[in-house]
Design a protein around this ligand. Structure first.
Ligand code: ADP
Length: 197
């Protein structure tokens, strides 16, 4: 199964992706996680991406598309994958379509988590607090200022990606404001009853 999870920062993509990964035995491919790993490892990509990520902006399409193209052909992604945080621009969505055609892969569904914007900053702040309390590093972009930039990037650059998949007939939306388990059940229903409808 190959899925895309769409939604604003703080929508719960990572949480749901982890559950889908367990349930279907497919890989969660989070471009945010991959980029953060590159930053920590101080690879050339990481060194390039750090400042823009910390500020809440988007890393260039070329870099991200390159990372994904390489990642989806690793053996552990053979059974399928959930793309979390990609595609984030129209350009990336088109590049993904081209790479899927080239690799003879098909998407099963694009699932969008709809969340009230007013709830997002609270969720992000909560995540930062929980990480801190657990003694884990807090993401450099989980602060109100970078969050504003992330939300702006989402509105202007990523929202059109939903329209793109609505146009191809692949988009399924669900209420991301519901409780975590309820969202999981809703996604499950979309995948079992509806994904090919
Ligand atoms: P969020 O919680 O905002 O969804 P992510 O963990 O998905 O955060 O991504 C963190 C940051 O990594 C983004 O703000 C951006 O700088 C960079 N990033 C992740 N995915 C992409 C992408 N597909 N295109 C460009 N930049 C990306």
């Amino acid at each position: 199964m190959r899925l895309i999870l769409l939604g604003p920062p703080g929508a719960g993509k990572g949480t749901q992706a982890a559950r889908l990964m367990q349930k279907y035995g497919i890989q969660q491919l989070s471009t945010g996680d991959m980029l953060r790993a590159a930053v920590t490892a101080e690879t050339p990509i990481g060194l390039k991406a750090k400042a823009v990520m910390d500020a809440g902006g988007l890393v260039s399409d070329d870099i991200v598309v390159g990372i994904v193209a390489e990642r989806i052909q690793q053996p552990d992604a053979e059974r399928g994958f959930i793309l979390d945080g990609f595609p984030r621009t129209l350009n990336q969505a088109q590049a993904l379509d081209a790479m899927l055609i080239e690799k003879h892969m098909e998407l099963d569904a694009v699932i969008e988590l709809k969340v009230d914007e007013a709830a997002l900053l609270d969720r992000i702040s909560q995540r930062a607090k929980e990480m801190q309390a657990a003694g884990k590093p807090v993401r450099a972009d989980d602060n109100p200022e970078a969050f504003k930039t992330r939300l702006d990037a989402y509105r202007t650059l990523t929202a059109p990606v939903s329209d793109y998949y609505a146009g191809t007939g692949q988009l399924r939306t669900t209420d991301g404001m519901a409780a975590i388990d309820t969202v999981t059940d809703a996604i499950d229903k979309l995948l079992t009853h509806d994904a090919k409808a």
